[in-house]
Design a protein around this ligand. Structure first.
Ligand SMILES: Cc1ncc(C[n+]2csc(CCOP(=O)(O)OP(=O)(O)O)c2C)c(N)n1
Ligand SMILES: [Mg+2]
Length: 631
């Protein structure tokens, strides 16, 4: 059927091409100028509409969904500041390589810079953060213009999902009427059907390839990896994640352990049963561990790092690891460090890497695993496995300062990392776990060991904002039937309370565990800690927010566990904090609907406990507590 006017025709062509490119959902925010796009999206078959009332949260919701699926998620908004509210999520999508498509409606060109209402300069609004930008021409009901807009949409999706995935931006001007109101004569009856209705499939079909090194380069890399002591280091993965099977195959062929960031898609899953996955490195590595020179007989001739030999070769996959200590350690080892990046971009801010390998990482690992003639040094591998085991034993309280009898004072020793440990232990299989920046992702990294549970752990490590976390988590949850759990800091939750509206509006269930330490606990890690009053008033920023009414407002059931050392007796009916958190989490997981569990903690005592545990782990692993030295 012919469209009632050119705006409807134009917007329908745009939406048609999105669907043909495989888009199954869009996130729409209300507004007038975007009416043609919104109505076209609402009327499209096979397209799910999520309605996001505020654009900042809407964009993060789309980001979370795209992160979980690896597929582009379009956004539709009106003109003006609405479009600017997409910017934080666009920045994260740029840095974390998440495919996102911002469709921002605009006034027609003659109204720009004219004082017209709700009109601002939206040209190249997101600057170089986007992979592709076009200010679309005004809607026109002729074959060439329609073929052009269909082609542009196909190109935008291809750019968003290309070898260097990320955000793209189409600015879309419309004149009135914006509704599907009949305008006689506006749409000619004799348009080319391919222009008017598109082709069978996409107007332009995009064939993708993978970036692969030549055979000779691959052999050289395989030779380098055939060293005795190597490491496969997997940082946060680009969506849709590293392939555990391919990386496991390479670990087997080389004999090298996999140091798996919790966001690498390799820390958790069935492959952990057979792969040497290491997860507690943040607890026992630092620059101080590096620098030992290995001798020919496998012993070491270093000075002062407790005989922990350096790796000869490191293969780094994904983004830069979350653990600063791991990054510093790698930089200090002097190993040959091969950084694999499918886009050929740089993600190694210590500038210690020796090689950039431009290749799709999973495919590279699969090919290398067939070429490596290594096997590695079993002592080297064992060293890592034993170190991990010792660290996790300390973290579980089996070997704390007070002795090895497993009896620690549960309340005094409880720290925020235990919340992550307990929740991870209780996760259903499969599960999607989103963690906020600041301490939750770091505690996940350090305290939650590899496990065979199928956990997809996600976080916004592109720019590490504490904004948009709730929305990102719910967006990820919208794309999966997995149980969804979000572990979030109190400031991060405060920052995106608007995001909670998606629970009701977008039909996503979540268990939110907020670690409420009344401010930014992370700042206790920094020297600013000793500069009062600024530390408390401007950094830690205690706010006293009570999260129970917030849970009420958004229809979440609520439970509280007070895990602060000074809390008298009852966390929940006299239980130890870890048991109380586990109990509250189990109750939430097994109930219908969404729930907020507020775990009240003390940031300072948690921080001191982390420090103490680090010293204990270092003693257990290296026989001595190591100097800080590396920030
Ligand atoms: C949007 C944004 N604003 C500010 C920061 C700086 N920042 C990093 S961590 C942090 C505190 C976070 O507090 P909370 O979420 O409660 O986590 P905690 O540190 O207590 O674990 C702040 C303000 C940031 N990363 N992102
Ligand atoms: Mg906090």
């Amino acid at each position: 059927m012919t469209a009632p006017n050119r705006n409807t025709l134009w917007a329908t062509a745009i939406v048609d091409e999105l669907v043909a490119a495989g888009v199954d959902a869009v996130v729409v925010s209300p507004g007038s100028r975007s009416t043609p796009l919104t109505v076209a999206a609402a009327r499209a078959e096979d397209l799910h509409l999520f309605s996001g009332l505020d654009e900042r949260s809407a964009a993060y919701f789309a980001l979370g969904r795209a992160r979980r699926t690896g597929r582009v998620t379009p956004l539709i908004c009106t003109s003006g500041t609405a479009a600017a509210n997409y910017h934080p999520a666009v920045m994260e999508a740029d840095n974390a390589r998440v495919p996102l498509l911002a469709l921002t409606a605009d006034r027609p060109p003659e109204l720009r810079d004219s004082g017209a209402n709700q009109t601002a300069d939206q040209e190249k609004l997101y600057g170089d953060a986007v992979r592709f930008y076009k200010d679309l021409p005004e809607p026109a009901a002729n074959d060439r213009a329609l073929k052009s807009v269909r082609t542009t949409v196909a190109r935008a999706v291809a750019a968003a999902e290309g070898a260097d995935p990320g955000p793209v931006h189409l600015n879309v001007p419309f004149k009135k009427p914006l509704e599907p109101t009949p305008v006689p004569g506006d749409v000619p009856a004799d348009l080319d059907p391919a222009a008017e209705f598109g082709r069978d499939g996409g107007y332009v079909d995009v064939t993708r390839g993978t970036t692969e090194p030549a055979e000779t380069d691959l052999r050289a890399l395989a030779d380098a990896l055939s060293a005795d002591r190597g490491l496969i280091v997997a940082g946060p993965a680009d969506p849709p994640g590293l392939d555990p099977e391919a990386v496991t195959a390479l670990a087997h062929a080389t004999g090298h352990p996999i140091l798996a960031d919790p966001l690498s898609n390799l820390r958790y899953g069935g492959h952990v049963r057979v792969a040497p996955v290491i997860g507690a490195y943040d607890a026992y590595l630092s620059a101080a561990v590096a620098g030992d020179v290995s001798t020919a007989d496998g012993g070491t001739a270093g000075d002062g790092n407790a005989g922990w030999p350096d790796p000869e070769v490191v293969l780094r996959l994904g983004a830069s690891p979350t653990s600063k200590r791991l990054r510093k350690y790698l930089a200090a080892t002097g190993a040959e460090e091969y950084v694999v990046d499918p886009a050929g971009r740089w993600r190694e801010a210590e500038f210690a890497a020796t090689d950039l390998v431009v290749a799709e990482p999973s495919r590279l690992c699969a090919r290398l695993s067939r070429l490596v003639a290594g096997g590695g040094d079993p002592d080297w591998r064992r060293r890592w496995i034993e170190a991990d085991r010792a660290a996790h034993a300390v973290h579980r309280g089996e070997r704390d300062d007070g002795g090895s009898d497993g009896e620690r004072d549960e309340r005094d020793a409880f720290h925020e990392g235990d919340v992550l440990r307990v929740v991870a232990d209780e996760l259903p299989d499969p599960a999607t776990l989103f963690v906020s920046n600041s301490m939750p992702v770091r505690d996940l990294d350090r305290f939650v060991p590899p496990s065979t549970t199928n956990v997809t752990a996600l976080g916004n490590r592109g720019v590490s904002g504490i904004d948009g976390i709730v929305s990102s988590a719910l967006g990820a949850g919208s794309a999966t039937t997995d149980d969804l759990t979000l572990v979030i800091g109190d400031l991060a939750l405060y920052h995106d309370t608007n995001g909670l509206l998606a629970i009701g509006r977008c039909d996503v269930d979540v268990t939110v565990v907020v670690i409420n330490n009344d401010g930014g606990g992370i700042f206790h890690k920094l020297p600013i800690e000793s500069f009062e009053p600024e530390f408390t008033t401007q950094f830690k920023t205690p706010h006293g927010i009570d999260f129970e009414p917030m849970a009420d407002l958004h229809g979440l059931s609520y439970a509280r566990v007070d895990a602060r050392p000074e809390a008298s007796g009852a966390a929940v009916d006299g239980d130890f904090p870890a048991d109380a958190v586990a109990e509250a989490y189990r109750a939430a997981r097994d109930a219908d609907g969404s729930r907020l569990i507020e775990v009240r903690t003390d940031a300072e005592s948690s921080h001191r406990t982390r420090e103490r545990l680090r010293a204990t782990v270092e003693e257990a692993v290296h026989g001595a507590s190591l100097p800080e030295g590396d920030g």
